[in-house]
Design a protein around this ligand. Sequence first.
Ligand code: URA
Length: 447
Amino acid sequence: MRMFDVIEKKKHGKAMTKEEIQEMIQGYVAGSIPDYQMAAWAMAVYFAGLTDAELGELTLAMADSGERMDLSGIAGIKVDKHSTGGVGDKTTLAIAPIVAACGEKVAKMSGRGLGHTGGTIDKLESIPGYQTEIPLEDFFKNVNTNGLSVVGQSANLAPADKKLYALRDVTNTVDSIPLIAASVMSKKLAAGSDKIVLDVTCGSGAFMKCKEDAVTLAEKMVAIGEHAGKETVALITNMDTPLGENIGNAMEVAEIVALLNGKGKEDLYAVCIYLAKTMLYLAKKEKNPQITEDDCEKMAIEAVENGSALNKLKQMVAAQGGDVSVITDPSKWKKAQYAYEVVAQESGYVTHTDAMQLGIASMVLGAGREKKEDSIDFAAGIQLLKKTGDAVTVGDTLAVLYTEKYDTVVDAEKILREAYTIKKEKPAPEPLILAKVTKDGVQWFGK
Ligand code: URA
């Protein structure tokens, strides 16, 4: 196979063979296919798409580019969860403890943030001492003992995705439906769980900007999961506005601790409970076919209300060397040196808080990386005191910017102001869960 010919084929929308796909992925991981040819291929796919057969083969080739995890050392049904990325998207930090508190096992490998989106591993590393890279035996032991462990992706889990994702990130080819589907599902297949819940984010802070594209992406990923024999459910969740109040690593962990103490923001709480109940239902119905999603929702709520989910979070943090005192006493978090209030210059209603812009503003403050090698300021971030739907009066604080680098504030404030749209009319509320996609079809909510 010559990569030049494959690019030519894809440029004209022709289908690649299984052998071509396998050779291309193997060659790319081995280094015999250079980045510039792979980038040209990714851009051709961006415009020409992939057939379902090509997408299936690409996903398998990427999943098999490294080691597939064997989770048989962990008893019971393992349900994995993956979000396609967002701003202030901290749900894993609440869902894993809730699901574990309800008796199911969560063995999760998560990623880092890049660009405007955050990553669970960076958030966890803001807890002093928390180890995201632990030996596999300890990962299994923690899940078997405590019911949960969240660690960084091992280097050998779908390495083709790792390399291709970094390339897509800098060649502006991330937001391609088939490339996202192959990226997400190759990792999920390689991660070895029995069932998969996908959180397909939709809106200004997500790669999918409209509901129809989000559903198409979800349908493709559900088909891949089911084809591989793993029951897969996708929820389309609203990411037009960041979830909850805080954007920024330590600030997001602190917000989850508040949620697990019963003081969660309504939108964040609702999405966490919905995702948790979906995971619980997939796991529990195998043992108890009579169980309903409503039963699972009640269990998830109970786990928050009785404190058992918070205890699970503490157990996970302790087992991975983290300082539990920041969980028991949030005043122990290291504070950012500067806190700067951005106040409203007009009155009315907030009709849009652009999640992507807010993600960029928090990156500018130091909470995210512009380049892979950048370091993160864990205390930096943004607290949103006003969000879409809220009434504002001139002089009200819209948001507070936290940073160690005062010279970032001017730029961050400018971006933040552009993120807010304030109008006279109160906007109609939007549903948080827009649709659910299973192998049986699409169920729309509030459409
Ligand atoms: N999340 C992923 O894991 N991959 C993508 O391509 C986009 C979001």
